[in-house]
Design a protein around this ligand. Structure first.
Ligand code: PMP
Length: 407
């Protein structure tokens, strides 16, 4: 007989190896968060370059004031789900604001971004429907499809021709529909979907298009609606989901739709019905952030300029970057050990990025992933580039350090 946790022995061995080389990338603890771009560990100030705080709104004065006011007005928690315990005015105000921003008749807010996709995908796809999802789909899209009895077909990443082929092969779906799920900007590589082409292919086959704009809401499009707006097809997309935990600088999520009938899913989505609704403070901070996003052209301009600066700087240092300039810039590293050692070195040298390793990454890559913020200054980005340059120059020392720790 095996013990309950024996199945985790290989994972524990991997973690032990990481800890041995001094890298605790999955357990970072900040002693203080000072601003959108600075944290503190012990007496070291850390430049934050892995937070997804794309517009830097976590410390925005108006967002903070709204969160505080909501606590004073309506308390710290909702103590239950909207179905069982009622909706607060904050929830409906935010739903109306987001629906208005997208120009869509329906929007539902959820407690987290993860739950948003669980809820919306499982609420939309029934037994007879077929979900077509991108090969690099986020975990919550995969998990959402697992909550349904719909069959699932994966198509090649960012490849509308492959989707076209698979939809053609599927043919008429007896008593059901095709739900195609993609993301606007992908979280690990920062690459962008050709949403306009996906709209064409999906609708040509009579399907519905669902886009997760978790990383692109706020960061792309003339008014910040995301990649669909950037590519001029916002009005053609059937469903747009997103999270409050990135540009909106809070916690929660939303799904908007051009179909007013989407409202019926409030009565069937288990991750909406059977969990507590988001707190008044989370929702109110996000509500003010929506207004900041709508008028945030200057923030998006700064973010774009910083992305171009960082991409050019790291390319000049010969780092193998995963995509064109975008708010997420990921450098491919040769393997997990090297990436972990480098991540550790960057941290010791005052720059926090994300260590991203399989199975959470596409193509089993080991990445140093940077997410930029409109709050980063030109000097901040130069500091990131300089630190990466120093890391490259210290490669021999970093590797011999790793070998000695592994002995
Ligand atoms: N969708 C995508 C594409 C994501 O990357 C994430 C999280 N990073 C989520 C959804 C879930 O959002 P949250 O962390 O706010 O629950």
């Amino acid at each position: 007989m095996t013990a309950l946790f024996d199945k985790y022995a290989p994972l524990q061995a991997r973690i032990d190896m990481m800890m041995k080389i001094g890298s605790d990338a999955l357990g970072v603890k900040f002693d203080d968060i000072i601003s959108a771009t600075r944290g503190r560990i012990g007496n070291r100030e850390i430049l934050l370059a892995g937070t997804n705080n794309y517009l830097g709104l976590t410390f925005d004065e108006d967002c903070r004031a709204a969160a505080k006011k909501a606590i004073d007005d309506h308390g710290t928690g909702t103590t239950g789900s909207r179905v069982a315990n009622g909706t607060y005015s904050e929830h409906t105000d935010l739903e109306e604001a987001l629906a208005d921003h997208f120009g869509m008749p329906s929007c539902i807010v959820f407690t987290t971004g993860y739950q948003t996709n669980l809820a919306a995908i499982s609420g939309l796809a029934g037994d007879k429907d077929v979900i077509f999802m991108d090969a690099d789909a986020h975990a919550c899209i995969i998990d959402g499809s697992r909550l349904t009895n719909a069959s699932t077909i994966r198509f090649r990443h960012n490849n509308p021709e492959d989707l076209d082929k698979r939809l053609r092969r599927q043919g008429e779906i007896e008593g059901g529909n095709a739900l195609v799920v993609i993301e606007g900007m992908y979280s690990m590589f920062g690459d962008i979907a050709p949403v306009d082409e996906f709209v064409d292919v999906t609708h040509r086959h009579g399907g519905y298009l669902f886009i997760d704009e978790a990383h692109s809401y706020g960061t792309f499009g003339p008014t910040g609606c995301g990649i669909a707006e950037e590519q001029g097809v916002l009005d053609k997309v059937d469903f747009i989901s997103g999270t409050f935990s990135k540009s909106l600088a809070s916690v929660g999520g939303f799904c908007a739709s051009k179909h007013p009938e989407f409202e019926i899913t409030r009565k069937v989505m288990r991750p909406y019905m059977f969990t507590a609704s988001a707190t008044p403070s989370n929702i109110s901070a996000a509500r003010v952030a929506v207004e900041k996003i709508k008028s945030g052209g200057h923030l998006r301009d700064n973010l774009k300029a910083r992305a171009q600066q960082l991409h050019a700087g790291l390319s000049a240092l010969d780092f193998d970057l995963c995509a064109e300039p975008s708010p997420v810039i990921a450098a491919r590293r040769p393997n997990e050990g090297v990436a972990a050692m480098e991540w550790n070195w960057l941290m010791e040298n005052g720059v926090y990025v994300n260590l991203a390793v399989p199975p959470g990454t596409p193509q089993s890559s080991s990445l140093l992933r940077i997410s930029l913020s409109a709050a980063h200054t030109e000097q901040d980005v130069q500091t990131i580039i300089d630190t990466f340059a120093k890391m490259k120059a210290s490669q021999g020392e970093i590797m011999s350090g790793m070998m000695s720790k592994l002995q």
